[in-house]
Design a protein around this ligand. Structure first.
Ligand code: FE2
Ligand code: FE2
Length: 281
């Protein structure tokens, strides 16, 4: 229920609550109105127990919580008693979310009818496919070899298992195909808010400190989705570079908290980002 004119559609990502400072920050998160919704764009934590704790806390406080997985949720860390891998791990997390009342990419797209609405909110799980490679490195193999040579290798290579898909790129292709069909079949009369752990376009990764890392940050397959699906705003995280950018006239919101060493120098952690009603600058 968000139709009384007071609710806000808010977003955050990359809570990484394995860090005590971040866990404490999550405990301070509260809605300003009883009608506020919260979009959580992945990287809540590395273990199932921590993910459940954080999403459970938020689900008790916000009128609705919508979650998409980040790469960290999909890791199978050796210390986690939940040893599920790949698709089974993702499905287990979806199942846990359902028991908490948290919406996931596997649910019908909810409609925000509060201020700035109505819009359809589409939580997406797409992964990446190593297509965002540095210039001159024409194959995934070459880009990965260069990453190993320079020591900039995402931990996903060791902990994010694609089972039963042979590769993460093949899992990504399957998710992209399935999601594209769903978006094409949505109610065409409503604009959308697309929520994904990764940006749908490559431009936001151009400011990465290590450009070689972009291969773990998205896929060329979504390069025109912000133009095809009547997108009012695209919400993402993962880069740990919180900011607002505009691509082809569409607002992109990077909403990450990030690691304590990243947000603490700013003296205060970023507040929840308001997605709707659209902030006037
Ligand atoms: Fe993250
Ligand atoms: Fe991430």
């Amino acid at each position: 229920m968000a139709g009384d004119g007071t609710g806000r559609l808010l977003a955050i990502s990359d809570l990484h609550i394995g860090y005590q400072e971040n866990r404490s920050f999550v405990e301070t998160l509260r809605p300003q109105t009883p009608h506020d919704w919260l979009l959580v764009a992945g990287d809540v934590a590395d273990t199932v127990a921590d993910i459940e704790w954080a999403l459970g806390l938020l689900a008790e406080r916000f009128a609705k919580v919508v979650w998409v997985p980040g790469n960290h949720e999909l890791w199978t860390p050796p210390a986690d008693p939940v040893t599920l891998r790949g698709v089974e791990r993702y499905e287990h997390l979806v199942d846990r979310c359902r028991s908490l009342g948290v919406l996931t990419p596997e649910d019908p797209y909810p409609v925000w009818t509060g201020p700035g609405g109505p819009v359809q909110i589409a939580p997406l799980f797409l992964l990446y496919d190593y297509s965002w490679r540095p210039e001159g490195l024409d194959t995934p193999e070459a880009a990965l070899a260069e990453a190993h040579r320079t020591g900039i290798v995402c931990t996903d290579e060791y902990l994010l298992h694609p089972d039963p898909y042979p590769t993460r790129a093949q899992w990504c292709a399957a998710r992209v195909a399935l999601t594209e069909r769903r978006l094409a079949a949505r109610d065409p009369d409503l604009p959308t808010i697309l929520v994904n752990h990764y940006p749908l376009v490559r431009e936001p990764t151009r400011v990465l400190w290590y450009p070689i890392f972009a291969q773990w940050c998205g896929t060329d397959a979504t390069a025109d989705w912000h133009l095809r699906f009547d997108v009012a705003a695209m919400v993402y995280g993962h880069l740990h570079i919180p900011r607002t950018t505009v691509h082809d006239g569409v607002r992109f919101e990077e909403v990450s908290l990030g690691y304590p060493r990243e947000w603490k120098p700013r003296t205060a952690p970023p507040a929840l980002r308001q997605i709707l009603p659209a902030p006037t600058s």
